[in-house]
Design a protein around this ligand. Sequence first.
Ligand code: NIG
Ligand code: FE
Length: 419
Amino acid sequence: MTASSSASTSRLLIRDLAQIATPRVTSDGGTVRGQGLGTVEVIEGGFVLSENGRIRAVGRMRELSQVPGVVEEIDGRGLVAIPGLVDCHTHACFAGDRVEEFALRAAGASYEELQAAGGGILSTVRATREAGEHGLRDSLLRHREWMLRSGTTTFEAKSGYGLDRETELAQLRVIRDAGGIPTWLGAHALPPEFADAGADAYLDFLLTDVLPDAALLAEAADVFLERGAFTETQARRYLEACGAAGLTLRLHGDQFTESGAIPLAIELAARSVDHLESTGPDGIAALAASDVAAVLLPASALFLNRPMPPARALADAGAIVALATDFNPGSAFCESLPLVCGLACTQLGLSPAEALVACTVNAAHVLGRTDRKGRLAAGFDSDLVLLDADDWRYLAYHLGGPVVRTVVVGGEIAWDSRA
Ligand code: NIG
Ligand code: FE
């Protein structure tokens, strides 16, 4: 190594960590399912060495040899390192809020009633259209900061609050420019301009006028397949066109009713079906026998006072289980994956290990990034969270508490609770 290249090398050494906890992956596809879902590798008294944004080595302190060149050090005593958390399902690109609706629900109104009355998603559509691209950018950056402080170092975000060409594409651009992974959710709700013409006419518009450009910005497409949203036939049409345009396919399915999302996802080889609060035994068995991931969103079920998804049954049957926040202003105003892990252990019957795996390596799978994200291993991106605890299970245990002390992204400190 020449002197000049050595000088430009940036190294970060986190030493004397109480623990390092990371999923162990044995399958070729980089996912963890079945028995392995509950297995986390724990190193007591360890170090993580990063170089130029990637992890160079992870090990026990006694295996640490002399590190050449200039090294920034973090004293890890009393702390735990886990992989940066991966939020594979958010609607973080929105303007305005729905705090009025929240209060109405607290007084007894239901999410579906508010939606049918023209509130719900459509009220966020109005605010998002009004915000314009600059306003939307500011909102997303604010939300991204909240996510980062909760330990999220990789996030997906969906469009679906524009429902017109200009705003849908603006959402996707804003998400991409903020470092998020954009998903096109054009088929989220029927916008007011198409109230008379109907959902099929809206899909004609989406697939003709928006898809060609959305496919250049987004990595995936998503559809809300549900009573009062889009039917199985409409979802199939939308997803087939999006798949043909090269997008990965995802579905909001079985949130309120079983409306055929799981069979459709399997038939179309979708990456995931998300929500699943209403999924019964047949859906659980079908999903577990497939390669379609089950993305569970317990903060959304809690926020809407809905039944929790059948996580234990899905995990036991061998499904690829991932956890996400569903962060949005209406059904889950919650950006915290540590809180979601707490809910997973208290409400879903998952173990702390299953929760950690579900919001790291399996979430990275949903986003097509198992080669770089979701694990602490040599060659992976140096994205990690230092927990203010000496046992990694505090991630789920310290419910709603300030468990995240420091967040490292690409080998650099992106946030520190003491700064
Ligand atoms: O995942 N259910 C559909 N979409 C979102 C909610 C969006 C909203 O209420 O603004 C969800 O829960
Ligand atoms: Fe969602």
